[in-house]
Design a binder for this molecule. Structure first.
Ligand code: ATP
Ligand code: MG
Length: 504
């Protein structure tokens, strides 16, 4: 009896395949990192072929570690780094350019051009997003305008666009031999092209961007059978039955299905998602309006999202660019060598600032430096930056909802860091809670897939699986919290207005 579900988590830094049992417990994991390609300042690319090779390999790793075969797997769920744009030739299966990653800021000129008529919020009421380099739409435009022959091929109907869920789905279902070209509503809601109400592509917006509709995947729900794995795959004939963008998947894996529930994922960046149920809420405080999930024919669920571009990747930067640590967990030991930040604040505006500021002109700054500050203080400032940024986004969520959050469910790689989690609880003034299964991204995709094929019958089955592992209670006194926050906000202002004609 096939009662395991496999999730493919195609993330920004790595691809994972995780097999879950019916209790939502992890049975086995395969994982491979892929290369981060930085051709110039502000540019971030991935090789889509490397990603696809890694996905196939991690599926093999997970199956063999668990000693399972495709006959044990009821369904495949896919979750993915969102907004990262792949454009490929449907007749050869070859990408025409590397994937342009969500963090990439090269399309600022395209954003400015589109915003010249109507400002950055010109489509916000329809799509829930401001014009920004973050979303896939302008990345597609860049490829069409800068890759030789791309525009002609696209007009001829030979090119396909997809975020990495679509890229993996198309390849897994046969690629040039009948691959399924589809995405789910959560991923589609990050392009700038999908109407939040009708859940379909907007021809008028596509026309403004100059993107042919024939490139775009079909928009489907987050939980239904899209196709089956092709005959050469280790998972051949297994249905692919769930797709959710990584942040929505984590929310789904955290069982935050009801209005007012929220989670914060600490990965490459941080992403807070706040469930607004079937209501489309427009933020007054710098949050995005996005799809939460849609199960088959049921109504779509919406969410407010606070996206923070740089959190865990600042720890990677400390490791790879400065060499101050040799692994991410070491940052905690280095930070523990000092009692506080020594007056240093690190605002990692490497891709500008996302929520709640949306300042594309900002760039990173380490401020408050004196002769006293050492590398321990810098490590602490790096960790504190994640907590401060989170606090500012939670403030925006609370202001929009009118009902302050009384606790925060967390997940993602950085929550292994106790110093950070305690500081987070201190800076928020509410408890921070970690579930037993911290791999909520993969779990959410597995849940969506399992629901579609009957491994689980409804959301109550999934709620019953959620279990608390640990919690951090706030311990800091109010005056100290407020003092630190005032300093943080002052530090943020130092990053504004940096990017201009002279910095190009
Ligand atoms: N102990 C730690 N302390 C601080 N940061 C950590 C720790 N362990 C991992 N990280 C950071 O967490 C991030 C990895 O988290 P996670 O595995 O959730 O991200 P991810 O899922 O790979 O991200 P993505 O899906 O975007 O690829 C890395 O950026 C890493 O620097
Ligand atoms: Mg992830």
């Amino acid at each position: 009896m096939a009662d395991y579900v496999i999730a493919i988590d195609q993330g920004t830094t790595s691809s994972r395949a995780i097999i879950f049992d019916t209790k939502g417990s992890i049975v086995s994991t395969g994982q491979l990192e892929h290369e981060q390609i930085f051709p110039r300042a502000g540019w971030v690319e991935h090789d889509p072929q490397e990603i696809w090779r890694n996905v196939r390999e991690v599926i093999g790793q997970a199956l063999s570690k668990a000693n399972l075969t495709r006959h044990d797997i009821a369904a495949i769920g896919i979750t993915n780094q969102r907004e990262t744009a792949v454009v490929w030739d449907k007749t050869t299966g070859e990408p025409v350019y590397n994937a342009i990653v969500w963090q990439d800021t090269r399309t600022q000129d395209i954003v400015d051009r589109l915003a010249a008529d109507g400002g950055v919020e010109r489509f916000k009421d329809i799509v829930g997003l401001p014009l920004a380099t973050y979303f896939s739409g302008t990345k597609i435009v860049w490829i069409l305008e800068n890759v030789e022959g791309a525009r002609e091929k696209a007009e001829a109907g030979d090119l396909l666009f997809g975020t990495t869920d679509s890229w993996v789905l198309w390849n897994l279902t046969g690629g040039v031999d009948g691959g399924v070209h589809a995405t789910d509503v959560t991923n589609a809601s990050r392009t700038l092209f999908m109407d939040l109400e009708t859940l379909s592509w907007r021809d008028d917006i596509l026309e403004v961007f100059g993107v042919p509709r024939s490139m775009l995947p079909e928009i489907r729900s987050s939980s239904e059978v899209y196709g089956t794995a092709e005959s050469r795959s280790l998972l051949r004939e297994t249905p692919i039955a769930g797709i959710l963008g990584d942040q929505q998947a984590a929310t789904f894996g955290q069982a935050a299905y009801d209005k007012g529930e929220a989670k914060n994922t600490y990965g490459t960046g941080n992403f807070i998602i706040f469930n607004t149920d079937t209501e489309i809420v427009h933020s007054k405080n710098g949050l995005l309006t996005t799809l939460g999930y849609k199960l088959g024919d049921e109504p779509a669920h919406y969410a407010l999202e606070g996206s923070i571009a740089v959190t865990g990747s600042l720890v990677q930067w400390l490791r790879d660019n400065l060499g101050l640590i040799s692994s991410a967990p070491e940052v905690e030991r280095l930070a523990e060598t000092v009692d506080d930040n020594g007056g240093a604040y690190f605002v990692p505006a490497f891709s500008g600032l996302f929520a709640p500021y949306w300042r594309s002109d900002a760039r990173g700054a380490l401020v408050g430096l004196t002769r006293y500050v050492n590398k321990g203080h810098i490590a602490r400032a790096v960790l504190e930056a994640t907590a401060f940024q989170t606090r500012e986004v939670i403030d925006a969520v609370n202001a929009d909802s009118g009902v302050p959050l009384t606790e925060l469910k967390v997940d993602g790689g950085m929550i292994a860091n106790n110093l950070l989690m305690q500081f987070q609880a201190d800076i928020l003034g509410v408890p921070v809670i970690r579930p037993v299964v911290a791999e909520t991204t993969a779990l959410g995709a597995a849940y969506a897939a399992g629901l579609a094929v009957g491994v689980w019958s409804n959301l109550d089955d999934l709620r019953a699986n959620w279990q608390e592992d640990s919690r951090w209670e706030p311990q800091m006194d109010d005056a100290e919290r407020e003092r630190l926050l005032r300093n943080w906000k002052k530090a943020v202002t130092k990053t504004f207005d940096w990017e201009d004609a002279d910095t190009k």
